[in-house]
Design a protein around this ligand. Sequence first.
Ligand code: NDP
Ligand code: 2IT
Length: 453
Amino acid sequence: MKDDLAELLAQVKAKNPGEPEFHQAVYEVFESLAPVLDRHPEYRKGKILQRMIEPERVIMFRVPWQDDSGEVQVNRGFRIGMNSAIGPFKGGLRFHPSVNLGILKFLAFEQVFKNSLTTLPMGGGKGGSDFDPKGKSDNEVMRFCQAFMAELSRHIGPDRDVPAGDIGVGSREIGFLFGMYKKLRNEFTGVLTGKGIGWGGSLIRPEATGYGAVYFAAEMLKTRNEELAGKVCLVSGSGNVAQYTVEKLIEMGARPVTLSDSAGYIYDEAGITREKLAFIMQLKNVQRGRISEYASKFGDAVYTPIDRKLDHNPLWNYQAQCAFPSATQNEINEKDAANLLRNGVYVVSEGANMPTTIGGVNQFLEAKILFGPGKAANAGGVATSGLEMAQNSMRISWTREEVDARLQGIMKAIHKTCRATAERFGTPGNYVNGANIAGFLKVANAMLDQGIV
Ligand code: NDP
Ligand code: 2IT
């Protein structure tokens, strides 16, 4: 890394202590940018990087609510407006006990580059809470969402900041959040995406992140005249992204063999079929049960509980050609990456945000496999959120086919841009550099155009 970038990174660490995920996300982007800064001195002169690493705003707030037994509970709420140079802040809300400022800043930072890649006019933001929806009743989730929105509603709006879902925030939560916003503001607007189909949502938005990650993998394979049909695929997670990744893989003739949750994973050598996926969707989205039940239901599958003493995740230690990490950050470490490569994996399409550690990413890049980083590979979700915003503004709804065709077009465009940009800056085939540089350029140029604000 160039001296001035290394120095800036040291400043980021000193100024934002205790935020390792944010440091990691900034490091990964800085690693790609030296050639751009050398070719374009105006970015250094305009202090574009110094401005990009400082959120435009961070809102932190108390969320008091009452549980079913009448006890008062207090959580912490956040919304980060990272960068609005190319459009209103846009990005998901995460409800998970691990949520803290540093994790949301990493997600908001990634979102800026990702949204820029989508071709649509969206700035980057992220928010959420350390609230844990697991084990809560629907009424508790509703009361929490209402209390959260009581404060958040002051800071968002269809032209200011448009949140959506992420871990722990799905259609149920978006419904409760939207209802409260509408009541408080006395207006029905496209202030959230991922809405229900009957009240302003877009067809294909639930599917979009998973489908997009598979479309991206298909595009990468096409560069080697190959396709997904017949490929064995390792998938982690069993939530929104994992489910629709599996659905699209099945449709394309691939064989997904794993899924996981925070307690363990299943391995089904015969492959997860449409029928088995329907069981998972019912289990996870309606009953809110554990993935272990899959192995109880389908005898051939093996369930392995997580062993936190292990230095690797055995889910990544099976013979396969493709991997779709779709659970959470840093779920593939250096050892996992080595296991994947040793087992024959040469396509990694990141459905989750930053699922691979820096040591893992470096191994993928050195091995020159087809590695699609999250900010490119999982951009289909937010891109389709952008399409939802467009439909809301026009007060019309497109058909499933129309939205899916646009999603496919966007994933192809992102793939093409990443490849062309990587090549233009001297690292052909490196999608990490391609995504970081292309995402950066659009935002940086907009910031220069708009002056020092
Ligand atoms: P969901 O809440 O629907 O599912 C998350 C899944 O990951 C669950 O199976 C969950 O298990 C598992 N998981 C979450 N945290 C952990 C953890 N710390 N350790 C082990 N497993 C964990 O979320 P999504 O599917 O929406 O999100 C998954 C990933 O995709 C995240 O990284 C998210 O940021 C990213 N993403 C999501 C987009 C979207 O549109 N939803 C768009 C782009 C990226 P359990 O149920 O046990 O908690
Ligand atoms: O990480 C992400 O891109 C998301 N969680 C989706 C954000 C959105 O606004 O649709």
